[in-house]
Design a protein around this ligand. Structure first.
Ligand code: ADP
Ligand code: MG
Length: 322
């Protein structure tokens, strides 16, 4: 069964309850480091460390182009290092192999993986290979902060909220890959965007060396859910102006409950960076657009559509509708 992630409510899901439970019981915080709760752990030696898995039937289907699955497995894992203000350096790859996984598919996966290694400057140093009923890939990535690590917990009242690139194409691409009825001229481009996500290494290097970033996260669960993680960890609220969001084909949707806005807010897997800063950041940095979509406030979490307050609950209903 393909899990439709867009059906996940914006409230705390079971997944996050378990993570909280682990964090509050057996999770550790080393002196001079940071444990569970951010995109990657910070170890006292000053390095960033993260792991992620992609499971057939949950994150991808074996009928999809395997080179894309290979590319995405590394890009999406390395993105957590970038979200901490770091450069991904080394990877370990564990592959769970069912008997049905052919040599041709494996070759394609490795070709995509190698492309991502080249694009982001990552070296593969090891891994594990196991028999498994379900095809899966698990990635561990080690990196180094460009400056100081940028945490989810540093957002301050008055900071602007920025997002890099565009949001929503990955969720549109998922629909295309699942063969759903979807209108638009850029279907191929969207599917490609789902399988070849960005990993904003060079952009983050410029951002952290030129500006003061108070908090950052990569957009994997969906813009609102990920901004909620920043708000949770920083103990703040936010005001977001939906019409300012960088979506593809702006002219199409007339309400925040319609495409493409609904997918930009709730779609996920864009792997763009959401960050906060007290500074005015230029609209293009290192060749990538950077859009200010709102600001950090004391407590409430509010979404606006041309000045009108939008209920978060309606947004959720809006996007589960598709
Ligand atoms: P991301 O989407 O950035 O990969 P996740 O939502 O997967 O982040 O995880 C949030 C935090 O919870 C991270 O710090 C991660 O290391 C931690 N985490 C997730 N699952 C587990 C687990 N099973 N045991 C320990 N820590 C976990
Ligand atoms: Mg992340």
């Amino acid at each position: 069964m393909m899990v439709d992630k867009r059906k996940k409510p914006l409230s705390l899901s079971g997944e996050f309850r378990w993570i909280d439970r682990i964090r509050n019981t057996i999770g550790g915080t080393p002196e001079g480091g940071i444990g569970i709760g951010d995109d990657a752990a910070v170890i006292p030696e000053g390095l960033l460390w993260t792991t992620d898995a992609m499971v057939e039937g949950v994150h991808f289907l074996s009928s999809w182009p395997m080179d894309g699955v290979g590319y995405k497995s590394l890009a999406s894992s390395a993105s957590d290092i970038v979200a901490m203000g770091g450069k991904p350096l080394y990877a370990l790859l564990t592959v769970g192999l069912p008997l049905s996984f052919s040599d041709v598919m494996y070759e394609a996966f490795l070709a995509g993986f190698e492309k991502a290694m080249g694009d982001f400057g990552i070296v593969l140093l090891g891994g594990d290979t196991v028999r498994s009923g379900t095809l899966f890939f698990s990635l561990t990535v080690l990196g180094r902060p460009f400056e100081k690590p940028v945490l989810r917990s540093g957002a301050q009242v008055g900071d602007s909220i920025y997002v890099t690139g565009t949001l929503g194409e990955s969720a549109l691409g998922l629909e295309v890959l699942l063969g759903k009825e979807i209108h638009g001229e850029k279907k191929e481009e969207w599917a490609r965007r789902h399988l070849y996500p960005p990993c904003r290494v060079s952009l983050m290097q410029v951002l952290v060396s030129s500006y003061h970033l108070t908090a950052a996260i990569d957009c994997s669960d969906g813009f609102v859910a990920d901004l909620d993680h920043i708000a949770d960890e920083s103990g703040v609220g936010y005001e977001v102006h939906i019409e300012r969001m960088p979506v593809p084909e702006r002219e199409r949707g007339n309400s925040p409950f319609e495409l493409p806005w609904s997918y930009a807010l709730g779609g996920g897997e864009d792997y763009e960076i959401i960050f906060t800063s007290p500074e005015k950041i230029p609209p293009v940095v290192a060749g990538v657009s950077v859009t200010c979509v709102g600001k950090i406030v004391e407590r409430e979490r509010q979404l606006f559509w041309y000045g009108e307050r939008v209920e978060r609950e309606n947004i959720r209903r809006g996007y589960t509708h598709f």
